[in-house]
Ligand binder design. Structure first.
Ligand code: SF4
Length: 252
């Protein structure tokens, strides 16, 4: 029975399988355009409650006008709001990125600090944003937990918790540090495109043959027939699913 096969995979097995397959599906981990850590920080703050495409549509003008923290820290809020308006919540976001820039100037010589302990002291920067910036801009492993990661890690049976700190602690024990950033950011992409909150698109999901929450029976060829087979496939690096036709991977 499929349920029995699913039950025989451990949470660690599912984490490793999911990380491997999502890596094959989403080759890039972030679609936010940026050239340095400051731009990545600002873009990540702007990405709340909107799409990366929306953020990418405003950041060229924003960074042309305010290329570094020194400039944005002293920006006119109304001017910033006008530029970032398409991203939504523009009043709060303008206040946040100006405040974060001012904090960078006051305490970090205008540079984005490469430590989570420092990043989370910036206005509007929580562990999720900090982990994204650390992983993408500095290459420092971090497991960002947002609403998508919370949902997917629970659906995949990697955790029962809804506490982001506990989820981060549990999942990072299942994977090597070099996988943390990529896995969390790919879970976010997958949550936006396939594992939707209300109606997950399980028939299209590359994880549907071992996901305990899958609503469909997996297709024959890709499913590990047993836990041992799944582990063997992992060991041989053959668990990656093929890209879906028409899928457009990230740009960097
Ligand atoms: S199989 Fe369904 S519930 Fe599981 S991760 Fe994929 S879309 Fe989400």
């Amino acid at each position: 029975m499929p349920e029995l096969r699913k039950a025989r995979l451990t949470a660690r097995d599912r984490a490793r399988l999911a990380a491997e397959r999502l890596k094959a599906l989403y080759t890039a981990v972030s679609e936010l355009d940026h050239t340095d850590a400051f731009q990545m920080l600002v873009a990540t703050i702007l990405s709340a409650q909107t799409t990366d495409r929306s953020v990418n549509s405003v950041t060229p003008a924003l960074f042309a006008r305010y290329p570094e923290a020194a400039a944005l820290a002293h920006a006119n809020p109304a001017e910033v709001e006008a530029i970032i308006k398409p991203t939504g919540f523009f009043h709060v976001k303008a206040k946040t990125i100006i405040g974060a820039s001012a904090a960078l100037m006051e305490r970090f010589h205008g540079q984005v600090p490469p430590r989570i302990e420092d990043l989370v002291t910036l206005p509007g920067v929580g562990r999720k944003t900090a982990n994204v910036v650390l992983g993408v801009a500095f290459g420092i492993p971090g497991f960002a937990v947002d609403t998508h990661v919370k949902r997917l890690t629970r659906r995949l049976g990697l955790t029962k918790s809804t506490d982001p700190v506990k989820i981060e602690a549990q999942v990072t024990k299942m994977l090597p540090p070099e996988e943390w950033t990529g896995f969390s950011l790919r879970l976010i992409l997958h949550g936006r495109r396939i594992c939707l909150a209300r109606t997950p698109r399980c028939p299209e999901c590359v994880l549907n043959d071992f996901c305990p929450s899958s609503t469909v029976r997996a297709k024959g060829g890709r499913r590990p027939s047993t836990a041992t087979a799944a582990r063997t496939r992992l060991a041989r690096g053959r668990g990656a699913a093929r890209r879906r036709p028409g899928h457009r991977p990230g740009r960097h």
